[in-house]
Ligand binder design. Sequence first.
Ligand SMILES: [Ca+2]
Ligand SMILES: [Ca+2]
Ligand SMILES: [Ca+2]
Length: 611
Amino acid sequence: MVKRFIHKFIAVLILLSGTGCSIHTEIDSAEIMYFILIDRFVDGDPTNNMGYTPDSYLLYDGKNPQALKHYQGGDLAGITQSLDSIKALGFTMIWISPFLDNSNTDYVGWWPYHGYHPIDFYKVDEHYGSLEDLKLLVRTAHEKDLKIIFDMPFNQTAADHPWVEEEAKQKWFHYDPNRQPYEISNWFDQVQIERGELHGLPDLAQENPQVSDYLYDVSKYWIEETGCDGFRLDAVKHIPMDFWRDYNAKIKALAGPDFLLLGEVFWGEAERIGPYVELGFDLLFDIPGYYTIRNTFNKGGSIKDLSEFYQATEQVLGSTALATLIDNHDVPRFNVGLDKTSWQKQLLALGWLMTSPGLPVIYYGTEFGMQGYPTSDAHGEPQDYLNRKSYPLNPDVEQEYRRSQFTELTKLRHRYTAFSSGMFREIYKDWSVYAYLRFLPQERHLVVLNNAATEECLSIPIPEGVQINKVERIYGKAALRLEEAELRLHLPPNSLSVWQFNGLVDSSISTRVDFSDRLSEDYKKIRLFFLDPESAVTQLQVAGDFNNWTPQEYRGFRIGDTLIVEVPLKPGIYNYKFVLNGSTWLADPNAVEFSIDPYGGQNSVLRITAD
Ligand SMILES: [Ca+2]
Ligand SMILES: [Ca+2]
Ligand SMILES: [Ca+2]
């Protein structure tokens, strides 16, 4: 399948080069990936729950959140017995968190239930089962036409890995010039990022050929032993690029072109992911896209932000294949901060994922909106374990209903090839409504997203180069009427709607259209004031939760000493700052409420109610 992936990818590139247009995400991504934290999924074998010590296991009962710092009992057998239900949700690939044997003690109170503290790279952790269990998982998955992707943490070892004390292994780790390990303090210094310690863990020196050979041999062992289908490679940005170039080439030579290499370069800015594009990964996570999706569908951001963001990303990442996501184990679950409409918003964000280019990767529980929490508490203490609760044993009626809604989306993506490998063209965008086409020579689809909490009625012009003759709705509840050169739309609140149509799309039309300033009914125009008696401010921008903290110029004017800026915002609570003359960031002195920003300064806070 991945071979097909690559061939189609090349075919699309050729097609695109013919049109002089490039969109990074126009690839074949017929796969849909499920991501499971082994310990937090299903307990298929209670006899392994305590591992080597009863202390490692403490079951969460809903009232003891600290228990989530311990193992919860999930294991490989639990995944194997769940394969049919995973497949029924529409998944074709499963990425499992690292199964490598992890430290047998806690690390400052935290047990390594997540699997990222390896102590033996050649062994399955005792909480998850045996090598036989792992092989059975891969074998059973293959019988069901599912692929299994292993998570390989190659940046660090457990704090108590025996090598740390071994004289002969001292060159296997990174130290500073005084032979002391150091934490990463400057996140713009690539040397530190690669050689500093992440969470205080011993940092492997992959530039040492003994280490790189070892990591290659480990990989070879697991590939040959199990026949797994690919690796998700952890902490890529913390490991030297030269290592990846060699490693990826060697793994492809060993396992063949079908073997998937998915790299985690956890940067929010496409510019910082750019350098990793040429290192031989098949796929990189779309972390910048993650932030943008969260901004648009959860934080009151606009469709304009979403579109402009992708436009900017395309310019940097070109035609790189991306794995798209709305959340994972390292960030708050998607619904954090949302109110009772959260599932509709989440379904809409998932709808964007399933109808837009890229390979969707879904975190366990996200398919039914498992409740999330901020990743740190009010005192700044990490509590990311709250986003890693165990999968519910007996889903309730609401969860079952949501699962069926999710499955409708995956069915849509599987049924029509255009959603995974077709071309993408916008035909309309405003603050809340987004209309785009996904098409192949034999298939044409119109997708319309309404990100407003209100019903929206509007007419959108059919652009030149597009002919729409006969429409048939295949998803959603919106109404559409075809009028000469216009589409008349009636869109339910927070909705995705999809039609297939007869007609033509000239693929040389521009990928992007101009932004329409139409505001949906749920927006309010909020005026902010800034006193500038010296006329020192030539540009007043606003950055906040609602625009992903990207300074933007909104409609503004001056009356006497006062600069006024009008920001369209939806009901919600927002942190924001003014940005003066493109460089000076400060809280709005006229705000009635302030909050602490993560850098020790102040944000101003806006509360906007629906009435
Ligand atoms: Ca177990
Ligand atoms: Ca262990
Ligand atoms: Ca490192």
